[in-house]
Design a protein around this ligand. Structure first.
Ligand code: THU
Length: 136
């Protein structure tokens, strides 16, 4: 597999972050998911007056990928405000693990072209719950 073009992926996540709907937290997030076939799918957070109905950027990108008929991703760039680069929340880690267990996660701050850090999803979510536990 060719190396991930993190600058391009962060660029896509930065772009889609502009569409984030975050009137409650003011914390805008953009995610760009690189599929195994080279295509990129994006998502942003979509908040709701009923706070628990909020959808994270990462899950939006996963939904877009699956809706396009693609079920394998290799990398995701997540762009947030500073000063710290943010790792995906626990629910998003679990959702990413379902379709992209070998995923590399790049965490970037808006206005910067490269991720502050890149870690594997396995590092972020060791011992993920999988369908193997269900089917035996
Ligand atoms: N958020 C994401 O979009 N992704 C994450 O992984 C963490 C949190 C969003 C949800 C909410 O709209 C805002 O960030 C603050 O929690």
């Amino acid at each position: 597999m060719t190396a991930v073009d993190w600058t391009a992926l962060v660029g896509r996540a930065t772009q889609v972050r502009e569409h984030a709907y975050a009137p409650y937290s003011g914390y805008r997030v953009g995610a760009a998911l690189l599929a195994a076939d080279g295509r990129v799918f994006v998502g942003c957070n979509v908040e709701n007056a009923s706070y628990g109905a909020t959808s994270c950027a990462e899950r939006g990108a996963v939904a877009a990928m699956v809706a396009a008929g693609v079920r394998a991703a290799v990398a995701v760039a997540v762009v947030t405000q500073g000063p710290e680069a943010a790792a995906p929340c626990g629910i998003c880690r679990q959702v990413l693990a379902e379709l992209a267990p070998g995923l590399e996660v790049g965490m970037a701050i808006a206005g910067e072209p490269a991720p502050r850090r890149v870690v594997s999803l396995a590092e972020l979510l060791p011992e993920a719950f999988t369908g193997k536990m269900v089917t035996g």
